[in-house]
Design a protein around this ligand. Structure first.
Ligand SMILES: [Fe+2]
Ligand SMILES: [Fe+2]
Length: 167
């Protein structure tokens, strides 16, 4: 089922995609301002899914988590970890490759967002208001310590993804 909740969340994917595209628009350069907006927006998007969408689904299913919950959580963990070190072409390539698969799981027919919308029933308006008023997430500056990047690579591997090296 695709209504207001689906549109809001899928629309946020689109908005984040265009910020990402703007961040990498000039070859060999990362546009700092677009990257910052992308990072801030993706952290808020993930927080909405973790703190609003997943708990609502579990509540509506009588305490049973969405089947896809664990898969999504692993991806979210990998994405958040990749946003900690300063962005590099390899990090951005890896983020993009994770998001391509991840967003499809959420948007596809019978996927996560349709499950959410389908279960919402008469709570659609209330959920939409909650999503829209989700606060921005506190964003720390990027951390350039090598161990932060190493940790991110481990989280990516544990989530079953490959750390892509940009050529
Ligand atoms: Fe997600
Ligand atoms: Fe999403």
């Amino acid at each position: 089922m695709r209504g207001a909740l689906y549109q809001y969340l899928a629309g946020d994917h689109e908005r984040l995609d265009s910020l990402f595209q703007r961040a990498i628009a000039t070859p060999g350069e990362i546009d700092a301002e677009s990257y910052h907006e992308f990072r801030k927006g993706l952290l808020r998007h993930i927080a909405m899914e973790e703190k609003i969408v997943l708990p609502a689904i579990a509540r509506w299913q009588g305490g049973k988590k969405a089947d896809i919950a664990e898969r999504l959580r692993l991806d979210h963990g990998a994405l958040v970890a990749l946003l900690a070190p300063p962005p590099t072409p390899s990090i951005l390539l890896t983020i993009r490759s994770i998001l391509e698969v991840h967003n499809e799981l959420e948007e596809r027919e019978g996927g996560f967002y349709e499950l959410f919308e389908g279960l919402a029933g008469d709570e659609v308006e209330r959920m939409l208001a909650q999503l829209k008023s989700a606060p921005p997430v506190a964003v720390l500056p990027n951390n350039d310590k090598p161990e932060v990047l190493d940790a991110a690579k481990k989280v990516v591997a544990r989530a079953g993804h490959e750390f892509k090296v940009a050529s």
